[in-house]
Design a protein around this ligand. Sequence first.
Ligand code: PLP
Length: 403
Amino acid sequence: MAIRMSKMAFQQQLQQRLAALDAKGQRRTTRTVDCLPGGLCRIRGRELVNFGGNDYLNLAHEVSHSDQVREVFAAQVGATASALVCGRSQWHEELEDALATFEDTEAALLFPTGFAANLGLISSLVQTDDAVFCDRDNHASIIDACRSSAGRMLVYRGDRLESLEESLRRRRGEYERVFIVTDGVFSMNGRVPELGLICDIAERHDALVIVDEAHGTGVLGEHGRGACDLCNVEHRVLARVGTLSKALGGLGGFVAADATTIDWLRNTARTQFFSTALPPAICAAMLQSLRIVESEPTRQQDLAQLTAFAHRQISELGLQTVESGVAPIVPILLGDEESAVRISSHLMDAGWFVPAIRPPTVASGTSRLRLSLTIGHNEQQIKQVLASVKALIGAALTKCKAT
Ligand SMILES: Cc1ncc(COP(=O)(O)O)c(C=O)c1O
């Protein structure tokens, strides 16, 4: 006889699981934050310097003041349907054209979010007889996309590309098509993968490369197109995923690729055509953001200078970072979860919002603080917050030795 579970019994099970997360210090709670312009935020009435957001170029508040964006928003909030039905307005069309021009690809296709772009792209390209090699540090949206594709998912380590190649040498013959998918900037440590080497390996073994530029768009490379631009491999990769939610300050995702791949996605990417299109005003705002990115390269240069400054400070203070990278994601490695949470909380008391990143988001023993730099920040703030981190680590060590 089938066992029936009551709603109450099920809720009790969930409560037990939540309590288990609590016991491991892994239970998440939400906070309410007003993100303010200029790298600030307000939490429970207190103004803090915000090192938690991804508004790298300070555009999230700026483009909302545009008369055009206000006009489009006043006329219509929701897109009312998916792009395939009647949700694709003149603003969507203009934005897709502008993104293709910016990315120097034949075409671009909008998705409701960057998460949906990865999910739609990968699950529509990777078919039953295929394999997809996924860097173990990839964003959750890529991992979920690889898992939900019809093909075989194989995980590789970005710091051991020779084993990726060895795996391809051994197994390439088993699959019809093979894809290698990587973040252009890893969101938990700011690392930029060795894209030139990955493309060399792909070309030697007839594999296709996909790069997620979520944290690179508008931030890295000669044209501000991201990690592929920086590593000069743009035309060696099959498709690039971008988000409108980080340096461009809005919401949405896109895929930039050749016209045939985009046409295939338009026909098969379920997260695109089974989901309502982006609000037209967001598209109008993102057109403004793109124009600013293209016409004001000093924003990208200022961000690069702040990033280099932060890394110099980190090395002068003897703090441990995961990578001395070029991306504005700057991690400070602390090890145990408890220290990361405690130091983040002390920093908050002192007026700095610096999130603690801990398992399951990162591997056990690698908990860290993560500073996301924006051009709203200045060197003085970076110097002070890093000095505070150093002092808090020092205070904890002294306490440990005394007990
Ligand atoms: C590397 C990476 N890819 C994709 C995404 C998802 O983008 P979105 O927030 O636009 O859904 C994120 C967001 O955190 C990310 O860090």
